[in-house]
Ligand binder design. Structure first.
Ligand code: AMP
Length: 291
């Protein structure tokens, strides 16, 4: 039976009861809900590895800038709970903003915030969404402190987020192992995302072309094209016939540091963000040279 907690002290009581049973290995999967198979793949990893699996569901207001889709973000707690129950999740932690950030949480000048290194956050999604990673890093630090898991699971779909969190854990000596999980896709190749719910039928037909464009670059890469500009040009040419897709960014970066690289010596992450109507979709592909 999956337990639902909205309060930190209830969650702590639950965790203490698990400790009393010597069930000490805890895994945390931080999410914003509207759960899908991508989230489920992270949950499965924890269920296989940990004695207690906790899923947090919280649409984090401080990682959205004004004008972004915070209000429109899908919220479906009952459905999410049913999915967690079916999967065998031990507990869902679904607090409100006040529980997490306290009174006056809207006024961030009153709060301690975690600022990840500018080098990682001022590129890709961080450039398009100023302040986003401060919000993510602050919330994740709080969740790690609240739950104190041995393992925390994140999806490679948000590759920059993984890099931010790994550097946060290293720089602040947080006692947790960050486990990065592969991107789950639908049959057409579209990376699963809670935001996909907002796509119209026509947009759903176009959206898989994002991954197809990355694969086009991958096949050229395999045929010995290692130059980043050339690889990006393949993607641009591929998408040129699809005016519905408006490029936000497209870049080849070092997969660990997120710094731009001009050619791929060992491995490079080809990362993309596009707007399809009002919906912003991200994807990436790891390009690795055989050793
Ligand atoms: P979100 O609820 O979108 O904040 O995502 C919660 C976690 O699930 C993050 O670590 C995401 O990277 C991960 N995630 C979301 N979509 C996918 C996907 N398609 N494949 C793998 N992980 C994902």
């Amino acid at each position: 039976m999956t337990q639902l907690f909205s309060k930190i002290n209830q969650l702590h009581e639950f965790l203490a009861s698990r400790q009393a049973l010597s069930l000490t290995a805890t895994g945390l999967i931080p999410t914003m809900g509207a759960l899908h198979q991508g989230h489920l793949s992270l949950i499965q990893r924890s269920l296989a590895q940990d004695q207690t699996t906790i899923v947090s569901i919280f649409v984090n207001p401080i990682q959205f800038a004004p004008g972004e889709d915070f209000e429109r973000y899908p919220r479906q707690l009952e459905q999410d709970l049913a999915l967690c129950q079916q999967a065998g999740v031990d507990a869902v932690f679904a607090p409100d903003a006040q529980e997490i950030f306290g009174e006056n949480w809207v006024d961030s000048s009153q709060k301690t915030l975690i600022h990840p290194p500018a080098a990682i956050t001022e590129v890709l999604c961080g450039r398009s969404r100023p302040g986003h990673f401060v919000g993510v890093a602050t919330l994740v630090t709080k969740l790690l402190n609240i739950v104190q898991p041995q393992h925390a699971y994140f999806g490679q779909k948000d590759a920059q987020q993984v890099a931010v969190i790994k550097s946060l854990v290293k720089d602040l000596n947080l006692p947790v192992e960050i486990i990065s999980c592969p991107i789950a896709r639908d049959k057409q190749g579209l990376a699963l995302s809670s935001r996909n719910q907002h796509l119209t039928e026509a947009q759903r037909i176009v959206a898989p072309q994002i991954f197809a464009s990355l694969q086009a670059a991958q096949s050229v890469f395999i045929n010995d094209q290692k130059d980043s500009d050339c690889l990006c040009q393949i993607v641009i040419n591929y998408l040129a016939n699809l005016p519905e897709l408006k490029l936000d960014y497209l870049q080849v970066v070092d997969p660990h540091t997120m710094q731009s690289i001009s050619s791929i010596a060992h491995s490079g992450l080809l990362a993309i963000a596009v707007y399809l109507g009002k919906i912003r979709l991200i994807d990436n592909i790891l390009l690795t040279n055989q050793i």
